[in-house]
Ligand binder design. Structure first.
Ligand code: DAH
Length: 334
């Protein structure tokens, strides 16, 4: 009976070799017909031999026959799947193809603006300092001469942090203005002072084309012996001209801020209209006193400008929300 087993084995080896050698679906189909074909395939020849086996051997050789048939069928199926796989997988190995191009990122337009602002103010002799975005009431309000009944302190107009309240030993909030940094610098430095600080501020404003609940400001502070409002106006005019060109029109409008006296609002001509781009003024004596300076000896000016608005003017961007949407089609223009 071993003759039959040998034939099974030879059949299987030849079938598997032919399947492995098939390079196309067409090749494989020819192999299938040769080895598994129902009409005159080699499997049929083997099946015929089964009938000649001794009756008591039949269950055993029948089993062998079925096992061989299953294995050859499975190998054929597997090879078929390999040949069907998309060509891409093969070409991925083609080392003659050019490499994939890596797209270089770029800095966000606001970051670019911040860097340029630092550069311009650096040329005017201002150095750059940083301040925390989570602030206490002392730095965001009290030392800036903003009393507790002032509307700017309304909890609904600020982002107070609920959990931090007790842990930090008093209420804390996301700073609503960069003027906080004026206080932090004066607390730690003796006059003269000439700094700018650029960063994020947070307000629960209704979001529209010119308002966002988070935006950026550049704060400036100059403290010295005999500082004048004329100097403040010169610095701001020169700054605006350096960033936006000499045609820019800046207007100073009398206003009120608790931490400056006198105070001005800074507007920029935007088409037909004036758009507010910041506030400024002479540092209020109460602020100087709060940080331990003598208002009879030192004076100063301060300003706070909206960074987005300058950037929007420069690039003719008409909606502040574009900056925060992370739309690559917008961002790659800068
Ligand atoms: N902190 C003010 C604001 O956020 C802007 C401002 C006004 C800043 C007058 C100043 C200043 O430094 O002197 O609206």
């Amino acid at each position: 009976m071993s003759g039959l087993s040998d034939q099974f084995e030879r059949y299987e080896q030849e079938a598997l070799a032919a399947i492995a050698a098939a390079q196309s679906t067409g090749d494989l189909e020819a192999v299938r017909i040769e080895f598994l074909g129902k009409k005159k395939g080699r499997l049929r020849d083997l099946q015929r031999l089964l009938g000649r086996a001794e009756p008591e051997q039949r269950p055993l050789v029948g089993k062998q026959f079925n096992a061989v048939k299953t294995r050859v069928g499975a190998a054929l199926e597997q090879r078929q799947q390999a040949l069907d796989r998309p060509q891409a997988e093969l070409t991925a190995l083609d080392i003659t193809l050019p490499g994939r191009q890596i797209e270089l990122g770029r800095r966000h337009p606001i970051t670019q603006t911040i860097d340029e602002f630092k550069d311009i103010m650096g040329r005017f002799g201002f150095s750059v300092v940083d301040g925390p975005e989570i602030e206490d009431e002392q730095h965001n309000f009290i030392a800036l001469n903003i009393p507790s009944e002032h509307p700017a302190r309304d909890p609904l107009d600020n982002f107070y942090l609920a959990a931090a309240d007790t842990a930090a030993g008093g209420p804390t909030l996301l700073r609503s203005q960069t003027s906080t940094v004026q206080i932090r610098v004066m607390e730690q430095t003796k006059p003269p002072i000439r700094i700018v600080s650029l960063g994020r501020v947070y307000r629960p404003d209704t979001i529209d084309a010119t308002h966002s609940c988070m935006f950026h400001q550049m704060e400036g502070l100059l403290i010295d012996g005999d500082v004048t409002l004329a100097q403040l106006k010169t610095v701001l005019n020169q700054f605006a001209a350096a960033y936006l060109g000499h045609d820019v029109k800046i207007r100073f409008r009398p206003s009120f801020f608790p931490f400056t006296e006198p105070s001005v609002e800074v507007d920029m001509l935007w088409g037909e209209d004036w758009l507010e781009v910041g506030g400024a003024g002479m540092v209020d004596p109460n602020v100087l006193t709060a940080v331990g300076y003598d208002p009879d000896e030192v004076t100063g000016f301060a300003f706070g400008l909206g960074i987005e608005r300058f950037c929007m003017k420069r690039h003719e961007i008409n909606d502040i929300r574009r900056f925060y949407e992370n739309d690559i089609r917008f961002l790659r223009q800068f």
